[in-house]
Design a protein around this ligand. Structure first.
Ligand code: SF4
Ligand code: SF4
Length: 270
């Protein structure tokens, strides 16, 4: 079994589903709150693999968009101004080693750590696939932790990311602003389109085009429930869904991918 899809994890997901029902959140409050200690930065949507059910839509809606280096610069400056005490910053994607300026981004974060947060763990999450990726990994400074999912072309067991809870009667009493464990376990998301309670929400916004990313680092008092209320209704990580190796897709996602594709075709014709 995938290490993130265990019997214990599935049981916790099921409990999360029950706790996210409106009646439960009204009585007990929300189970999760967004992290002020962890951050994930999706630095690119480029990827050298095409996994089914990719939760950044790199397969379903491929893109070469990269985060700008000045967005990382602002993140660091605003973190200092707000006195953020980051414990872990992860670089992800897509496949983060494909960002053309990865070296600069890593240098900036290492400088931030040495000047302001010596305890900070900087982690790069990679699929570990192919020569190009592994050549970049081999050149990374030793004090960047590499976390490889060691993926290949064989389909892996994933949660069916593209089954939108809003399309299922099972979720008709859900409180989508409840979010899920990812806002605590993985942390605040920074993506090419701004800040979100989780990086996955930024990937959803890339496809649906709500343009709801916060342009600046959210203040610690910003609980970001407005974004969860919108994005979690489309996210297969919300509540409980049975993992699969096959691409699954519900109507909201089909429409969103189709509109996005038609939009880019229209743009290319202008
Ligand atoms: S390696 Fe990761 S980002 Fe790339 S397609 Fe697979 S799941 Fe998506
Ligand atoms: S968008 Fe998905 S991953 Fe993010 S909080 Fe909502 S359910 Fe969780």
């Amino acid at each position: 079994m995938h290490r993130n899809i265990t019997v214990r994890r599935l049981a916790l997901d099921f409990y999360q589903f029950l706790r996210a029902q409106k009646v439960a959140t009204r009585m007990l409050g929300h189970q999760f709150s967004r992290s002020r200690n962890y951050a994930e930065i999706d630095i690119t949507y480029r990827c050298n693999l095409s996994c089914v059910n990719c939760n950044r839509s790199c397969t379903q809606a491929p893109s070469k968009s990269d985060i700008r280096v000045d967005a990382i610069e602002s993140f660091i400056e605003e973190s200092n101004v707000a006195g953020m005490k980051w414990e872990r910053i992860r670089l992800l994607g897509g496949e983060p080693t494909l960002h053309p300026r990865l070296e600069t981004i890593v240098d900036m974060l290492l400088t931030y750590r040495s000047k302001h947060r010596p305890q900070l763990r900087i982690v790069l999450c990679t699929n570990g696939f192919g020569k190009r990726v592994n050549d970049v990994l081999a050149r990374l400074p030793e004090d960047v932790v590499i976390k490889s999912t060691a993926k290949g072309r064989r389909p892996r067991l994933f949660r069916p990311f593209n089954l939108a809870p809003i399309d299922s009667a099972l979720f008709r009493y859900a409180d989508f602003a409840a979010g899920c464990r990812i806002i605590e376990d993985c942390g605040l998301g920074l993506t090419p389109s701004g800040y979100y309670p989780c990086a996955i929400a930024g990937g959803i916004d890339r496809v649906f085009g709500f343009n709801m990313g916060r342009p600046n680092l959210p203040h610690p008092t910003d609980i970001m429930r407005d974004q969860m209320a919108v994005f979690c209704r489309y996210c297969g990580h919300f509540g409980f869904l049975w993992p699969t190796r096959k691409q699954a897709m519900s109507p909201s996602w089909k429409t969103a991918y189709r509109s996005r594709m038609e939009g880019s075709i229209r743009k290319n014709m202008l």
